[in-house]
Design a protein around this ligand. Structure first.
Ligand code: WTA
Length: 687
């Protein structure tokens, strides 16, 4: 049974499905503009932008994208996406109200754009390369097979009553079934909510409840780094606290004998019994495609919502041009589908371009630190897109793990998630890429939908500087703001809050269920500008370098975490009076997590016991990657007279920089600072 799903389409030997139009609202679809299913996709392999070949230079085209966004984006949306109905207005945006709409009145289907049109043209070309946990056990899925799988999955969902607009939680390991689950939601108009399959039951439940998802799709178990992950077990626990859940589909990844309860449905059996053709729903450009939870500076993760057309266009365009993707190349982004990088550069970007995309199920060090490079050699990957934390870890293992494998297939390399330090950049460029491949340090966020600042695309031969994302992508106009005055910083050699001035199609539309929070978080700090939460430096020549988060968000091993989320858990320990969590620079992870915990009076529990308990609580309620690296039972916290915790001071202590504490005289009790510094010394000496 284990391989049933992948072998299904070929076993049944049916051809690609015939497309029929159907409008889910049961009204006749009016096909204006004669654009129904007209595939006007251009061959992008010769000139990068055949749509704009009158522009001679990259810079001219960039300026044009800013000055004539309607023309620029409208042209690309028409040439690169397949529409059921042409759009009228290109955009209707008012950032002050967080009102963002693109391609109004247009109708399309994202799954058709990602699968059907390629299955029609090139049914046998590879869509997915499933690089399973065990090296050498990869499986390939063609566009025809992917279409059949997506159709079956769509039929399964619909036959169980899942409808347009419903939220579907996906808690699956990296697998073709996971991709098909996402695309089936897109095909029927349901909104997927992928939760990284490393989150705990409580974190999963919070995301299911916030989204009010009736449907969950999971697997019996996951396999990662040679270890079994009990996914179904986690879902069982989560679902107990989610009265909204009506059904749980269980895919057999390992075939383990997991208990099946009242809500559970065997997904493999369902898929086998459904036809492999399906009529796609006709969706509006601005219908929600997915929501994805991400951490902010307050305790509750935010369900960032993206819509159909704008997101897809932006993911596809950036994938194609940042990495200069050419037909028939194998694109390898090793991110998990549980993160935005997996959404945009494992699934939607590559598939909308008809590319072959890697689904990497393993870890960078399984079975040894040569895994990435062995995979590159075996599969002949042309592009590799990864996280700086993995690079820093692998760098420590030495060059021989790299050089023993043939990496000559690689053409472009990229990274995302945190600043890539110079040493890691140079290793990436010189050792991994043999000075042959462009390195793209790409800056973007869950909220931006796709890459926003990146060294490429740029003028042919334009320089790439180490360790900075450098240049805005087409349509992106970054600005730096002075945080105190709220004024724009002009010119070069300035540092400030990174904002983006104009709307672009891939940007988030709202925080699901809380539009006011969306406005307050992103558009209030600098009136009407999109505030990224990051600080940046602009060089004399106008290039951007990211200096790090300006809010209480940490990027730990490429995972985005709110310090408040961790504090919420720590505060629930009975012995805790209050706590403050800050980040400190960490050689491998980028940021480590440092928890200052003030205990209630007269606590007698041994400190080690409480430390273990706190770590276990964080693991249970959020995830293993959120566990603090250092826990200090602190004599007190540095507070202002009005009671505000001075996190700046805690950060300096955690970073071993007590000499840079600055003025502490405004503190209610300045003496606490010395006590904290002393305790920090004791802890770090011990370890
Ligand atoms: C950080 C990941 C420096 C940044 C796609 C941002 C980076 C947060 C870079 C978003 C980079 C991402 N250099 N920092 N190249 N790329 N970041 O939402 O702080 O998980 O705000 O999206 O990662 O994290 P998220």
């Amino acid at each position: 049974m284990k391989r049933l799903i992948l072998s299904l389409p070929s076993v049944l030997g049916r051809g690609a499905s015939k497309l029929k139009l159907r409008n889910n609202a049961n009204t006749t679809t009016s096909l204006q503009g004669g654009r129904e299913f007209s595939d006007e996709a251009v061959d992008h392999s010769t000139t990068p932008f055949p749509e704009f070949d009158s522009f001679k230079t990259h810079d001219e085209l960039y300026q044009f994208s800013l000055n004539s966004p309607e023309f620029f984006w409208g042209t690309l949306a028409r040439s690169r996406l397949k529409w059921f109905r042409d759009f009228g207005q290109v955009k209707d945006c008012d950032l002050i109200r967080g009102h963002i709409r693109w391609f109004l009145d247009g109708q399309l289907n994202v799954a058709v754009n990602c699968v059907d049109r390629h299955a029609e043209k090139n049914p046998d070309s590879i869509a997915l390369i499933w690089e399973k946990d065990e090296p050498g056990t990869q499986e390939y899925v063609s566009y025809r097979e992917l279409l059949q799988l997506v159709c079956r999955m769509s039929n399964v969902l619909e036959s169980h009553g899942v409808k347009r607009g419903d939220r579907v939680a996906i808690y699956l390991p990296q697998s073709p079934v996971a991709v098909a689950a996402m695309l089936a939601c897109a095909r029927i108009g349901a909104i997927h909510n992928v939760v990284f399959a490393g989150f705990s039951a409580e974190a999963l439940a919070g995301r299911i409840i916030d989204a009010q998802a009736e449907t969950v799709i999971t697997a019996d178990q996951g396999v990662r780094g040679g270890k079994i992950i009990e996914l179904k077990h986690v879902v069982d626990e989560a679902v107990q606290t989610c009265p909204c859940v009506k059904r749980v589909f269980v895919y057999q990844r390992t075939g383990a004998d997991v208990p099946m309860g009242k809500l559970d449905i065997n997904l493999d059996k369902e898929l086998a019994s459904q036809p492999d053709t399906h009529t796609p729903a006709v969706l509006d450009s601005e219908d929600y495609l997915f929501m994805l939870y991400t951490s902010g500076s307050t305790g509750k993760p935010k369900g960032i919502a993206h819509t159909q057309a704008g997101y897809l266009l932006y993911a596809g365009l950036t994938m194609k041009h940042v990495f200069d993707y050419q037909d028939k190349e194998l694109f390898g982004c090793v991110a998990d589908i549980g993160w935005i990088t997996g959404h945009s550069y494992v699934v939607y970007g590559p598939l909308s371009n008809g590319a072959a995309t890697l689904l990497f199920e393993s870890t960078p060090v399984y079975p040894n630190p040569g895994r990435y490079w062995e995979t590159v050699e075996r599969l002949k990957l042309n592009h590799l897109y990864l996280a700086p934390t993995a690079l820093r870890m692998l760098l420590k293992s030495g060059n021989s793990w790299v050089t023993r494998y043939d990496r000559s297939s690689l053409r472009k390399l990229g990274c995302v998630g945190e600043p890539l330090n110079r040493e890691a950049w140079e290793w990436f460029y010189e050792v991994i890429g043999e000075k042959r491949c462009d390195i793209c340090d790409t800056w973007w966020q869950t909220e931006t939908g796709g890459i926003a600042i990146t060294p490429r695309p740029s003028a042919p031969g334009a320089e790439i500087r180490p360790a900075m994302p450098m240049r805005p992508f087409f349509g992106i106009e970054p600005v730096l703001m002075e945080p105190q005055m709220g004024t724009e910083l002009k010119g070069g050699n300035v540092k400030g809050a990174l904002c983006i001035k104009r709307p672009w199609p891939g940007m988030a539309r709202t925080i699901y269920g809380d539009h006011q929070r969306f406005i307050d978080t992103y558009y209030k700090t600098y009136h009407g500008l999109y505030f990224t939460g990051d600080g940046a430096y602009r060089t004399q020549d106008g290039y951007y370098q990211i200096t790090g988060r300006m809010d209480d968000v940490l990027n730990v091993s490429g995972h985005r975490l709110g310090t408040a989320e961790i504090e919420d858990v720590i505060d629930d320990l009975e012995e805790t009076a209050e706590s403050a969590v800050v980040g400190f620079p960490h050689e491998i992870k980028g940021w480590g997590i440092y928890a200052f915990v003030v205990l209630k009076d007269e606590v007698n529990t041994p400190e080690n016991e409480m430390k273990e308990q706190l770590k276990a609580m964080v693991k249970q309620r959020i995830s293993g990657f959120a566990q603090p690296d250092v826990i200090m039972f602190a004599p007190g916290l540095p507070k202002t007279r009005s009671g505000k915790i001075m996190r700046r001071i805690l950060r300096k202590i955690a970073a071993n920089q007590p000499e840079e504490l600055g003025d502490v005289s405004t503190l209610f009790d300045p003496g606490v600072v010395d006590a904290l510094a002393e305790k920090h010394n004791q802890i770090t000496k011990k370890s």
